[in-house]
Design a protein. Structure first.
Length: 133
């Protein structure tokens, strides 16, 4: 009788173990397509190339004028890509242009080497380039 109970207990433990494994492998209901926000997605209505979480820092730099924007660009230039980077640099040109025309021309030359005619900011670049010739 003792051997029979031992066999029954072992079989019961194996059955419970297999049920536990199946339970652990089963997907959680409602988690097939989790809605995850892309951390590198641009802010709504903005050009691609800069994550939305960086917008607050950029707005703060804009409020500090040309020097604040120049500092922000020097710190975050590698994290931001075109066309958003070119757009921000063009804003810098507009801010620095009235006080330092040579710096504005230098920045425009740097932008012009990077962007192509099919860029969304190319038209604005052309307008500014004509103003600073």
């Amino acid at each position: 009788m003792r051997q029979f109970l031992t066999v029954v207990m072992i079989l019961g433990a194996l059955w419970l173990g297999s049920r536990l494994v199946n339970y652990m492998r089963a997907p959680i209901p409602g988690s097939e397509n989790p809605t995850r926000v892309n951390a590198n997605a641009p802010a709504p209505g903005k050009l691609a190339g800069m994550p939305a979480f960086m917008e607050a820092g950029l707005d703060q730099a804009r409020s500090q004028g040309a020097t604040g924007l120049a500092t922000w660009l020097s710190q975050h230039r590698r994290e931001v890509g075109d066309p958003r980077l070119a757009e921000i640099e063009l804003e810098y040109v507009v801010l620095v242009g009235p006080t330092d025309r040579a710096e504005a021309k230098r920045a425009l030359e740097y932008i012009g080497k990077r962007i192509k005619p099919d860029s969304p900011v190319y038209q604005r670049y052309e307008q500014l380039r004509k103003n600073y010739e």
